[in-house]
Write a protein that binds this ligand. Structure first.
Ligand code: AMP
Length: 934
């Protein structure tokens, strides 16, 4: 039917907008089975247009949209043909209302504190129905009761059970009909009630006994000690065990979890199988930590295996700082690394579970970032199970008006149309059903899903806190409220599933395990199922000897390959020129520039069969138009990556233009690198100072993860840095901040100044077995500087020089002043020195500022022992750059009795000036100052 005719039909019909739900339902029934609707309706629907012989969803939507439009027109009345039709329409509207708004009147809060108005749409009277209609049969449309018609009384009860019991399901914001139907099927077919055997019920009870038993035991044995008790949210334990068991049964091999403090000790002991005696030792202050700083017990991660009907599942609980929510991208990155290693791009083999607090999930932006990443090619993992331990209070802040603007703490999940299952934490059977649905949904649709475990916090934020001081009414109720274990034990006893003495035995048995210091998780197995061996990377030092050289022939071969692309691939003229030049560099006609050297490093790594993963906001092309690792066909937009065509069987090469975020992307890459020691992983900032937005990741993970937790990380960070007059925000990568974080040889901070240096620095990060983070002040104008070029020969040594001495042939005896510097300013010093023929001034580049290359510098300074004037030259203001953090290293290196001076910008609050003319003047002054003899 052409559109105009359909409109005319709709407008002339006695059915219009108010009856949309009825028609929708009828039409869907008709699509399923045409005989299921009356002959009259068959006639109407059969006239609707068909696409390639069949009615399709898009036609259906067109009708729906049309009816919606009509419904908005005020002069249209709801007119139906008969009163039974009217009631039928109302019944379908009632079903719809429960699906949309049932959760608002669900029984979710164990404490009964939630003040929720009765939702009018859920009342019969709102739909012109009443109990007088209860005995009449109505078509129930798509309501998944397994019956076509039901008595209104039965239907109403089924709707209330399904949508207003202990599970409040929010899913009608999902636009995919198949996902909605799937969820309806799962909820409505069982009226949101789990069917469980006595054995399964016993397992649930055991989980609650364990959750409660451990906290009580710790509370008695270590009174007042911080343990961030799970009590109130005890159902988390059976929930996690169900998730792992069901995932394992479905073929999952690894589960990675992330959570903050609350309940962490409980999860470690009662899910991960950490031996309680180890935990008790930690409470008593003992530790067998070999890491230099160690960390408090409620930040510790753990690894173990867990037996399931589908085989052993490896469990990893990520180490976690106190910064709530930041662990989420770390966990997801770790999962992606494991999936990549297993060549699983659908996400079946590894499952991420992130556990959130209610205030934090609503409050912290990193949550939004990870939802946004969840379906993005470079970051997706086939969906994350997100559990909220919603204890209705964040430290001492509990009023909704203080913590969020949305109705639920989980509103953010709707941005990716994730289903949200709110569930009453005092009804563990409902918790198990919600858990099963969530996991099956994730596995079916490969998307995120949220379980909002509505519970409470029995004690204060920690056990030394007095919660009644700030939450007097809540804690009056909490004090009298029976524990989840007590409630469920009573229920099982009352219904006759378990005798009281059997329940007492289970409780006593758990207590005995704790007394004897035995593992409390019967599914625990010693760790064998994890997919990578870290031992080759352990115990290495900076100066380890390793096989670094690469032959010239190999370099030439790789250089040609990475400069080649199919003739049919039409690239932009500017890119073509760059690639033509690259071919000349490959064949020895030109020296190599930065972009070529970098690409060559990647080629040499994938040629070793190892992986390269680069992620950043414009990494394919490079912010400064220098990398061009992705070639865009100007005719059809297709892409070609020469680095994916180096050789048969090469390592994978991925360069990802990332979502516009720093903190979650960097945390993701940290997670990736701490789970995958092989290959090269790079995060690149668009401009170096944008790394500010990811400061928590540098502070809490990258700089200190090895010292706190013994977790190695070989992540490389390229941070464009250099003073070129682009203003305060585009000049500095805040070198000083990284240097200030350096101690214990925790990471490397490098400022390479030549293409050969960047080539060898990147290769070293992979070829050398040591795994430590590498922070690089990477260049901007140097990318095209005529002097910043290198030969293939320089690259083939494989040597990264931490210090580069004077390159011109100066008579060292005639040298009266030595200038130390790093980065781009070197070329300005060199050019001015050459121009003014200042042959008594030598320039020494420090290419690695941390760990400071004492021996290498000493070797270079050997020839300048007579020199009295040493100067550190930097572009940054005096309170920034390397001056304050590194000057002690220079002072220690220069001969006794000599002095070190500073040549650079004055101290300044802003990193750089905003006016080009002032910049040029300052730059000229600092170069001149550095080169002028005192
Ligand atoms: P996971 O798969 O994360 O549970 O790790 C399994 C085991 O591998 C851990 O118990 C550690 O012994 C080791 N391991 C994992 N990640 C690292 C890392 N980043 N650095 C050093 N060892 C690690």
């Amino acid at each position: 039917m052409p559109e105009g005719v359909m409109k005319a039909w709709l407008e002339s019909s006695h059915l219009n907008g108010g009856n949309i739900v009825y028609i929708e339902e009828l039409y869907e029934s008709y699509l399923d089975n045409s005989a299921s609707v009356s002959a009259e309706w068959q006639e109407i629907f059969s006239q609707l247009p068909k696409v390639e012989g069949s009615e399709v969803e898009y036609r259906h939507s067109a009708i729906r949209d049309e009816f919606r439009t009509l419904a908005k027109q005020p002069n249209k009345q709801v007119i139906v043909s008969s009163s039974s039709d009217t009631k039928q329409v109302k019944v379908l509207q009632l079903i719809n209302a429960f699906r949309f708004r049932g959760h608002q009147n669900a029984n979710l809060d164990p404490l009964g504190l939630w003040q929720r108005d009765q939702v009018r749409d859920l009342q019969l009277s709102h739909h012109d129905l009443s109990e007088n209609d209860f005995d009449k049969e109505y078509n129930v449309g798509s309501f998944a009761s397994g019956q076509e018609t039901m008595k209104l009384g039965d239907l109403y009860k089924a709707l209330r059970n399904t949508y207003c019991g202990s599970i409040g399901a929010e899913y009608m914001h999902i636009t995919s009909t198949s996902e909605k139907r799937w969820l309806q099927q799962r909820l409505e077919s069982v009226q949101s009630k789990a069917t469980l055997s006595v054995e399964e019920k016993t397992d649930i009870l055991n989980g609650l006994i364990a959750a409660d038993g451990l906290e009580k035991y710790l509370g008695a044995k270590f009174p007042g000690a911080k343990r961030f008790s799970l009590e109130g949210g005890d159902a988390l334990i059976p929930m996690l065990k169900e998730l792992i068991t069901r995932a394992g049964s479905a073929g999952t091999k690894e589960v990675v979890m992330g959570m903050a403090h609350r309940g962490r000790l409980n999860v470690l002991v009662n899910v991960m199988g950490k031996n309680p005696s180890k935990l008790f030792d930690e409470f008593a202050g003992k530790h067998d930590d070999v890491h230099s700083s160690g960390d408090v017990k409620y930040h510790q991660g753990y690894s173990s295996d867990f037996v399931t009907p589908g085989g052993n599942v490896h469990l990893a609980l990520a180490f976690n700082p106190s910064h709530l929510e930041i662990v989420n991208p770390v966990v997801i990155g770790s999962v992606r690394a494991r999936l990549d290693r297993r060549n699983c791009d659908r996400g079946d083999l590894v499952l991420p579970i992130t556990i959130h607090g209610d205030s934090a999930i609503a409050g912290q932006g990193v949550v939004q970032e990870t939802f946004n990443m969840s379906q993005v090619k470079a970051f997706k993992v086939g969906g994350t199970i997100r559990v909220v331990v919603n204890n209705q209070v964040g430290f001492t802040t509990s009023k909704q008006e203080d913590t969020r603007s949305g109705e639920y703490c989980t509103e953010i999940a709707k941005m990716v149309q994730a289903p949200i299952l709110h569930v009453n934490g005092d009804d563990p059977e409902a918790v198990i059903l919600a858990t099963q649905i969530a996991l099956d949904y994730r596995n079916e649709f490969k998307r995120d899903v949220v379980i909002d475990l509505v519970c409470y916090r029995r004690h204060g934020h920690n056990e030394a806190d007095e919660p009644s001081a700030t939450q007097p009414l809540m804690y009056k109720i909490v004090k009298k409220h029976p524990t989840p274990r007590q409630l469920y034990a009573d229920k099982l006893a009352t219904e006759g599933s378990l005798a009281k003495d059997k329940i007492a035995d289970l409780t006593a048995y758990y207590r005995k395990l704790l007394d004897e210091g035995q593992c409390t998780v019967k599914q625990w197995r010693p760790m064998t199922a994890h997919s990578v061996d870290w031992t080759p990377y352990l115990g290495h030092e900076w100066n380890d000897d390793y096989d670094k050289a690469i032959s010239l022939e190999k370099l030439e071969e790789l250089a040609v390959k990475l400069s080649t692309y199919p003739e049919s691939h039409t690239v932009h003229s500017r890119v073509k020129k760059i690639y033509d030049d690259r071919m000349k560099m490959a064949t020895g006609e030109k020296l190599l520039d930065w972009g070529m050297a970098e690409n060559l490093a990647y080629a040499s790594i994938v040629d070793r069969g190892e992986r390269v993963r680069i992620t950043g906001q414009d990494s394919g092309r490079g912010t400064f138009f220098h990398r061009h690792a992705v070639l865009h066909n100007q005719k059809d937009g297709s892409t070609y990556l020469p680095l994916q065509h180096i050789r048969e069987g090469q390592g994978p090469f991925a360069v990802n233009d990332s979502v516009l975020s720093e903190v979650s992307v960097l945390a993701f890459e940290y997670g990736y690198t701490t789970a995958e020691p092989a290959g090269l992983t790079i995060w690149e900032a668009q401009f170096g100072d944008f790394a500010n937005c990811a400061q928590v990741v540098f502070d809490q993970f990258i700089s200190s993860g090895e010292q706190k937790w013994g977790r190695l990380c070989g992540l490389t960070m390229l941070l464009p840095h250099g003073y070129e007059g682009q203003g305060p925000e585009h000049s500095s990568a805040r070198l000083e901040r990284f240097l200030q974080l350096c101690a214990d040889h925790n990471m490397q901070v490098c400022v390479p100044s030549t293409p050969a240096q960047v080539f060898n620095m990147l290769r070293r990060q992979v070829v050398r077995p040591m795994r430590r983070p590498l922070v690089v002040m990477s260049p901007k104008s140097l990318l095209r500087h005529p002097l910043a070029v290198s030969s293939l020969e320089e690259m083939s040594t494989g040597e990264f020089y931490s210090v580069i001495g004077e390159v011109d042939e100066l008579d060292s005896k005639a040298v009266e002043r030595v200038v130390f510097c790093s980065g781009k300013v070197y070329y300005e010093l060199l050019e001015q020195r050459r121009k003014n023929e200042l042959n008594n001034v030598a320039i020494v580049r420090i290419e690695q500022l941390y760990p400071f290359p004492e021996q290498e510098l000493a070797a270079v300074l050997e020839q300048y022992q007579h020199v009295k004037q040493f100067v550190w030259c930097q572009e940054e203001p005096q309170n920034q750059g390397a001056w304050y953090c590194s000057q002690h290293n220079f002072r220690a290196a220069i001969p006794k009795g000599t002095y070190l001076t500073y040549a650079g910008r004055n101290a300044s609050a802003a990193p750089a000036v905003g006016y080009m003319s002032v910049h040029v003047k300052e730059q000229q002054a600092l170069v001149t100052q550095a080169l002028t003899l005192d």
